[in-house]
Design a protein around this ligand. Sequence first.
Ligand SMILES: C[S@@+](CC[C@H](N)C(=O)[O-])C[C@H]1O[C@@H](n2cnc3c(N)ncnc32)[C@H](O)[C@@H]1O
Length: 322
Amino acid sequence: MKSNYLFYGGVVFTDKYSIDADIVLERNDAVKFAKKLPNESVQLIITSPPYNIGKSYETRVSIQEYLDTQAELIVELVRVLSPKGSICWQVGNYVEKSEVFPLDMYYYPIFKNAGLKLRNRIIWHFGHGLHASKRFSGRYETLLWFTKTDKYLFNLDDVRIPSKYPNKRHFKGDKKGELSGNPLGKNPSDFWGIIQEDFDSGLWEIPNVKANHMEKTEHPCQFPVELVERCVLAMSNEMDVVFDPYAGVASSLIAAVKHKRKALGVDRSEEYVAIGKERLNRLMNGVLETRPIGKPVYEPAGNERIAQIPIEWTQLERSAYK
Ligand SMILES: C[S@@+](CC[C@H](N)C(=O)[O-])C[C@H]1O[C@@H](n2cnc3c(N)ncnc32)[C@H](O)[C@@H]1O
């Protein structure tokens, strides 16, 4: 069904970019696709680029070659970004011969030289993952939030979270005795505990814990939709355009469409685009499961069998482990 009225008379969902479409998920190269977009037409660009770490969807090159390719895309992204717009760039580490290269440090000068301003370096913390043996296990990645100008959109009230102490009051000064918090809740801060894996709920029966997240697909490193939802709500308004140039299985597009934004995505993998399209169709038919935004992470009470010190360990001297 075709209509120009997103979410009212039907949605125009296409696999080739068209300015009239509400949702576009195209199989293409990110730079080639971005070149088709009009100047200043996108309110929010949110993505997790390939990290150049040899995942199935990337060819590993030198860090400099990798960054040069990214810089070419970033020029286009800045061109298409609206003056009130934001770019959220989510990255982890590139690792070579056990040496760690934090990618956000390498990206920062590229965005800064393109004239963008950093508003937050958000830490995305997750409780579980690979166990390192020659360094501390990595348990966070970062999300760099840049804006094009100082007059940027930021809907803080749309992403406030419940206050821990809503009844806290000023204890001195002119406001002594008055409530100090905001009835809409508190600022969620730049440290986000949005989970990557529903580890704890999967621990009991499924060894490959990543497989237990309700959103998990074949993609090796997809965004949890709730991570993108917070950015969509804070940095765009309804009917604005949200764009993911490395869309994978369309997690960013799902977050955008859930909140009545127009969504653009491109990925060069046929397989991921197919999965993304299927997820978007399921979303529009009301049957796609996503983890609810703000759902608390499961905390074990401590009396579960799996949280107990195993009997084998209590009988050993510490030196026996080494
Ligand atoms: C880290 S993943 C992004 C996953 C995505 N956030 C999701 O939730 O599914 C990076 C994606 O970039 C895609 N990719 C790599 N190089 C690309 C290019 N030159 N143009 C478009 N997509 C590319 C890969 O196929 C992969 O799906």
